[in-house]
Design a protein around this ligand. Sequence first.
Ligand SMILES: [Zn+2]
Length: 308
Amino acid sequence: MTIAGSGSRAERIAALAFDYDAQPKTSVSRCNLCGGSGFVGLTHRDRYGFPAPAVCCSGCGLIVLDPVMTPAAYGRFYSGIYRPLVSAYHGRLIDARTIQDEQRAYAVERGDLLEPLIAGRGYKTLLDIGGSTGVVAHAFASRFNIRGTVVDPAPLETVEAQALGLETIEGLIENVALGDRRFDVVMLCQTIDHLLDVSGTLRRVRELLTDGGLLFVDIVDVRAAYLRNWSIEEAIKIDHPYYLTEATVTAYLRRTGFDVVRADYAADHLHVSYIARPSQPDAAALPSRESVRELLREVRFVQNAPRP
Ligand SMILES: [Zn+2]
């Protein structure tokens, strides 16, 4: 792959010759969270400089890319361009090998968070959706003595997971066939922002979880992402179709049948983790109108006020 490190960030990204314009895309007509059809355009370019507009649902405050690449285009993106692109952006090599140290540290930290909720429950199976190289699933499987399964669309990463003795299924969770299998723990680690259908996936996760099971999911809090850089564009990237906030992810979980039993701000001040148990879906759960107005006000302020 191209070793990022020479030239400016823009030159390194240009050297990958990824033609975002030419990728097949679909436009967003309905909000994936509330079903509304009113949107506010927020940005027109992403952090890489690609023409990838992001919009905010005026009904619930969900921020998404619109238009968004098709599942087939994202499939190709993850098998070839994703890690080189992130490497070019950061100016250092990030691949299926180099990310493992970071993933090991993450597994220890998140494992400490989950331990009191997993220990002694007799859980036997774990599904890691978007589980990448399997480092996190493997650490959890060893620590909690459960069998681990990884679903991930990137073959270079699932091959690493296989080497750790995990069951691997290559593909996007939206497409893979798991039949009537059930899992005691389902994890979406740094994955939900990459999904193409968050509602559909969370409903599917609800079906995949055993009755007393546990869901772990973490988000990049888009508010944290734009406030730290004082730029909305810097928070937008084609790898993330979704940009969640505490208000929108909580509504998603309640609507798809989960009760949050624990939330945790990660040490990086960017990710927020949620541990949830199955409950009755609350189809009416949505962020308040006031929270949507506040979000849009804050976005405008970041776009127009000098960086503090
Ligand atoms: Zn909405």
